[in-house]
Design a protein around this ligand. Structure first.
Ligand code: C2E
Ligand code: CA
Ligand code: CA
Ligand code: CA
Length: 268
């Protein structure tokens, strides 16, 4: 009835207002976070399955909020995209990751996640060039992880920028493969160096074998994400993946934990 409807609104409105208020507070904090130095990169090891050796790390951003603690990217990256802050955050990530990776042994590379807006605004290529120049990291030791979303909008312009990145020596990976709509076409639309199979397929042997066969035949490395058990690791190796990443190998770790991981792998 009408009366009940009004009652429901009266009940929910304060909750909605509270949610909107909390969101505005978070937006306010996010605008200041860069200047306050509250962002941090964690690093997750990537393991080469054939040689069982460390091949590098993926940089994953965290926000150390004074009250909320460590905030995961899914809880603030979409907001940063809405607010247009992702461009400057993305530039910070590139600089921080490159200046960290230049300290690692030469064989180890760093993978950085790139938001679609970094392509659309045309800011990515100059930001990558600046981060490489400032750190002295050789281009081939930096890999950019892009998603299908970045490719879909504005196709030809994105492909032109990918070619400019390739000219800097940078490697390009297609991230979260299999979660979009036109996956197979996307895989052929550009000579990616790597395809990363989304973790939702870690237990789907049919999909893993198909993507591994296709990616390998196109000359790409094939990384399985979200490997949580030894059994999954064994099957992914058998199904033709070249690299693995996941909690079974290591969670993303803060910078102080890196020397220990690198040393263990060099000794092994
Ligand atoms: P992604 O690029 O697909 O990164 C993989 C996510 O899966 C990471 O979550 C990682 O911590 C998590 N993960 C790794 N291994 C496992 C596993 O074995 N099991 C499970 N359940 N999860 C695993 P995280 O760090 O919370 O990042 C989430 C997403 O946020 C990333 O997904 C990426 O899309 C985005 N992101 C992270 N850092 C950045 C960044 O610097 N810039 C941009 N634009 N996006 C970022
Ligand atoms: Ca990624
Ligand atoms: Ca992924
Ligand atoms: Ca993802």
């Amino acid at each position: 009835s009408k009366a009940e409807g009004r009652g429901r609104f009266a009940f929910f409105e304060p909750a909605l207002q509270e949610a909107a208020r909390a969101r505005r507070a978070l937006e306010f904090d996010l605008r200041a976070a860069l200047a306050l130095g509250q962002f941090e990169l964690f690093y997750q090891p990537k393991i080469h399955l054939g040689e069982n050796c460390l091949s590098g790390f993926e940089a994953l951003i965290r926000w150390r909020h004074p009250l909320r603690g460590l905030v995961r990217p899914d809880d603030f990256i979409p907001m940063a995209e809405d607010l247009g802050l992702i461009i400057r955050i993305g530039e910070w990530v590139l600089r921080a990751a490159c200046s960290e990776a230049v300290n690692w042994p030469e064989g180890l590379s760093v993978a950085v996640n790139v938001a679609p807006a970094q392509f659309y605004t045309g800011s990515l290529v100059p930001a990558v060039a600046a981060a490489l120049a400032a750190s002295g990291l050789p281009g081939p030791r930096l890999e950019l992880e892009i998603t299908e979303t970045a490719l879909l909008r504005n196709g030809p312009e994105v492909l032109r920028q990918l070619a400019a990145l390739k000219a800097l020596g940078v490697k390009i990976a297609l991230d979260d493969f299999g979660t979009g709509y036109s996956s197979l076409t996307q895989l052929r639309s550009f000579p990616f160096d790597r395809v990363k199979i989304d973790r939702s397929f870690a237990d789907d042997g049919v999909v893993v074998r198909a993507v591994a066969a296709l990616g390998t035949s196109l000359g790409m490395c094939v990384t399985a994400e979200g490997v949580e058990t030894a059994e999954q690791m064994r099957r992914l190796r058998q199904d033709g993946c070249t690299e693995a990443q996941g909690y079974h190998l290591s969670r993303p770790v803060p910078v102080p934990a890196l020397p220990g991981i690198i040393r263990r792998h060099l000794e092994a």
